[in-house]
Design a protein around this ligand. Structure first.
Ligand code: SF4
Length: 448
């Protein structure tokens, strides 16, 4: 039996791609092993969103330099593979396969070439209208599942590598997405997350012609589907119909991640984000004006080339105006092939760090305030795990908040019984900046 080891870096798209790559390898007769030392084939699914992420794979490969020519085969796939291409063979001669995500549909053929002894196998074409739609997906989680609905991106944000590493947008047919979602529900899944670099620009290529809001609502109407999430959105393509669908359908989680990146129109234009601050704020007003209490999260980049103190103040002002439930904050990182690489007025690293800390502190105060209002409320959670150290169960609310809670009686360790995958009502008794805490409401097991 051929053995393989896979390590995944980066985003949920990569995590789900790896589930499909694993499924394809198993279908091709490979067995997955726990460590690279045990494996005949070592696969790194890579991320190139920032320089630090990119360097990780080369650090790994360096550790195995001594393995060159000893029968162990190395494969580099994903965004660094697409970005660096055949240069990887020069930098790490013990690598035998380099393939970007747009070539995963050809993985079986590439494996055959490897098994035939070819040590310079590549899959680097971005010229495809196919999404990686495969029946062979090995899912890591038995309760929550990812479904990729669109791959690639047609936008050209000045700091982003994705259009160069994942290629043009390719939407799956609504039929194939619905078939996958129904099959998951039939196998006991109650929560799915629809994935795409920009899910909002989903457009069903078949004559059905659904847009994202229509697809979202139809997935939410599948019997047995209790929670539907989606990521990542782009303000330019974020339409009111999405909010109306969330407001109407309880199965659609009341959480929206809408990356803004900056509060300054000057910086948004330089970033080529294709929306203004006002256009962005209109979408926030839509979310705040509906009945359901929608949690809003975002991404912020600090230290983008040319960002003045005044631009930065406008970002801080926007954060104070929206009051996000949480956010990812990044320091601008120079990336190959991107427009901003050529921009003058690069911000010094220590100034980027100062701005990052200022945003972190401001957002922390907001999160403390926003989470405090949950104390005394009863929230339904989907149980994700158990923390032995704190003797607490880890739950997630529909708004994507972590709610750690105690539940009595604790299932006996030898009972094989667990709460993971169940839905329970939990009374919130404490709140911190990043999570809530509470106790389960006796007898309120919503779904097992
Ligand atoms: S929308 Fe912009 S930031 Fe998002 S993946 Fe596309 S190019 Fe990158």
């Amino acid at each position: 039996m051929k053995t393989f080891y896979i390590e995944t870096f980066g985003c949920q798209m990569n995590a789900h791609d790896s589930e499909k790559v694993v499924g394809t390898l198993v279908q091709q007769g490979y067995a997955q092993v726990e460590t690279p030392d045990q494996a005949e084939l070592v696969v790194y699914n890579t991320c190139s969103i920032r320089d630090k992420a990119e360097q990780k794979v080369f650090h790994r490969l360096q550790q195995f330099k001594k393995e060159a020519g000893k029968g162990k085969v190395f494969a580099v796939i994903g965004c660094v593979a697409q970005q660096e291409g055949e240069r990887i063979f020069e930098r790490a001669p013990h690598v035998s396969l380099v393939a970007g995500s747009a070539s995963y549909t050809k993985l079986p053929q590439m494996l055959v070439q490897l098994e035939a002894g070819n040590r310079r196998v590549t899959g680097l074409s971005l010229d495809t209208d196919e999404a990686f739609d495969t029946p062979f997906t090995r899912r890591d989680n038995p309760h929550r599942a990812y479904i990729t609905i669109i791959e690639g991106c047609d936008k050209s944000c000045a700091y982003c590598v994705v259009p160069f590493t994942r290629g043009p947008e390719r939407s799956r047919t609504s039929d194939s997405v619905m078939r996958e979602a129904k099959d998951l529900a039939a196998h006991g899944y109650t929560e799915v997350q629809l994935l795409g670099q920009n899910v909002n620009s989903y457009r069903d290529p078949s004559e059905t012609g659904w847009d994202f809001a229509r697809l979202l609502e139809n997935v939410g109407n599948i019997p047995g589907m209790r929670r539907v999430r989606f990521t990542t959105s782009h303000p330019r393509d974020f339409v009111k119909e999405i909010i109306d669908a969330i407001d109407r359908n309880q199965a659609l989680c009341n959480h929206v991640h809408l990356p803004v990146q900056s509060g300054s129109n000057r910086v948004l234009a330089a970033m080529q984000r294709q929306y203004t601050r006002d256009e962005y704020m209109r979408r926030i007003e839509w979310m705040k004006s509906v009945n359901r209490d929608i949690a809003i999260t975002t991404d912020i980049i600090v230290g983008f080339p040319g960002e003045t103190e005044r631009d930065f103040d406008e970002t801080l002002d926007l954060i104070g105006t929206v009051e996000y439930d949480s956010m990812f904050i990044f320091k601008y990182s120079k990336r190959p092939n991107t427009a901003a690489l050529q921009y003058e007025d690069q911000i010094p690293e220590d100034e980027k760090t100062r701005r990052l800390i200022v945003v972190q502190e401001k957002q922390r105060a907001i999160q403390i305030r926003r989470n405090a209002v949950y104390v005394g409320r009863t929230e339904e959670v989907h149980v994700e795990g158990y923390n032995k150290a704190t003797s607490q169960w880890i739950g997630r609310t529909s708004q994507n908040k972590t709610l750690n809670f105690v539940h009595a009686p604790l299932p006996a360790p030898d009972s094989g019984r667990t709460l993971v995958g169940d839905y329970l009502d939990v009374l919130v008794t404490r709140a911190g900046p990043n999570s809530l805490a509470g106790e389960s409401v006796a007898g309120h097991v919503v779904l097992q």
